[in-house]
Design a protein around this ligand. Sequence first.
Ligand SMILES: Cc1cc2nc3c(=O)[nH]c(=O)nc-3n(C[C@H](O)[C@H](O)[C@H](O)COP(=O)(O)OP(=O)(O)OC[C@H]3O[C@@H](n4cnc5c(N)ncnc54)[C@H](O)[C@@H]3O)c2cc1C
Length: 524
Amino acid sequence: MRLGPRGERSNRPNREDTGDVKPNPCRMSDPRSRREFIVDAGRLALGAALAGPLTALTQATPPTKVDWNQLARNLDGTLLMPGSPAYTEATLIRNLRYAKNLPAAVASVKTARDVATSIRFARDHGVPLVTRSGGHSFAGYSTGPGLVIDLNGMTRVTVDPTTGRMRCVGAATNEDVAVAGQPHGRAVAGGQCPTVGIPGFTLGGGLGFYMRQHGLAIDALVETEMVTADGKVVTANRAEHPELFWACRGGGGGNFGINTSFTFQTFVVPAHVTIFSLTWKGDACARAFLAFQELLQEAPDGLGAVAHFAVDAQETGSPTPTLRVFGQVASMSAERTERMFARVEARAKPIERLFRSETFWAAKEWLAEDTGPPNAFAERSRYFPRPLGRSGAEAIVDALSRAPVRTGNGLSVETPFFAWGGAVNRVDPTATAFYHRRDLWLQAVSASWSLEADPEDVQRLREWQDTFYQRMARYGSDRAYQNFVDPRLKDPLRAYYAGNLARLRRIKRAYDPGNVFTFAQSIR
Ligand SMILES: Cc1cc2nc3c(=O)[nH]c(=O)nc-3n(C[C@H](O)[C@H](O)[C@H](O)COP(=O)(O)OP(=O)(O)OC[C@H]3O[C@@H](n4cnc5c(N)ncnc54)[C@H](O)[C@@H]3O)c2cc1C
């Protein structure tokens, strides 16, 4: 889902490309007035249908047409109802498996006050609510049957050149952050998918190619403004609401409130970095992986890398496993980087290799891989605190050679191993809500398919994915990355939060006693 050919830009129209990111013009230019979005009589039944857990908790009354109209009038932004083009655009999500889970309405908010108004409305009327920023939740957690509070209409990114702090308001994306930082020669440790939203990405940790040098996105978070379940706008940092601030650094999106801004301490980008890419096929993949794993354990923090296993589909018979190790090294020449990799190449000769010096921004562009348009996918993940042995590496290659992928059957698989360590691991597992601080790898097992694929093929693909995932259990931990949400996990909260779960539960009870922010894997 992340690491295909380059060029992915959006499952939504582009924003204006300026440092001060304006609300997406397409989203704001719907010619109809707010009144025309007002719910029609036929949709009134929705109110009753929506009366879910919140109603039971608060004894709220389901919203009537008049109530929805009142909400529309109370917003500085716009209430989008089914049938409008803006509603259709606002409900597009990355994982098409969940695209039919459409909301009763979308509050396209403009201010924190709008967010508070929307939360109160949902509480008063027992309407389930979810927050939406980039829409990239693997499990579609930013859509649902009730009210979606969409922050895209308030997006703005600004950099204070004196302090080097960057403030991301609303639903800024990785791309917005890069565009805002470039004129100042500054960056935050963002991810490589341009359209991922900073809110979801940050709340779950935020991994990327700079993390071994600069830490996760949360490690640079200075403060966040958020609206809590009682509709209050609060600032959380080390001094104010410190427990909430702790929870927002890895406690996962959608759990504690709605974060309307994030302020990061940026880093000064190096003038040059070296990008590298080496590819192997077939049995050589296991040897190459083990050789790179040795290098990784001694490599400087400036190395950011992914060991990306995938397959070459064949017309008939088994697909061929491939391994591409790629990434960047900060402040190291191409020649030195090549010398560093010589020991890997000596163990397994790559079929393709590249080492090139680039500017930081050109490298960022090169590393921003295309994931194509939205598709259907399922992803599982696992942390590995210790190096994999030969049998572990061979198990990966063996599993890939059994993937039910054929030319033209619309299925694909990949299993990237994200190189962990460095600055990420120098933070104590309990210093933030992000527990995974002693690992060497994060593996994702990704399966995706076109909506036209044969359902039996898709079933086989999912079985293959589960079998492979289980097979890797003996080599790694039972922890998973909270940003790669996985509905198939038996004990998701333990997998995501491990030793920090009890504290997160206490914070949840303190800030959201009525469980207003709830979804399938929310903290409870
Ligand atoms: C193509 C692709 C590439 C990815 N690449 C990376 C990567 O390089 N590194 C990485 O770490 N992760 C990556 N991810 C995972 C990504 O970080 C998570 O899916 C993240 O949750 C997406 O955030 P979002 O704002 O785009 O999504 P959304 O679906 O809008 O939100 C995700 C969750 O956060 C909640 N949420 C959204 N906004 C807010 C808010 N303002 N306040 C409180 N809760 C909120 C939502 O309700 C939902 O539960 C990738 C995902 C995809 C699909």
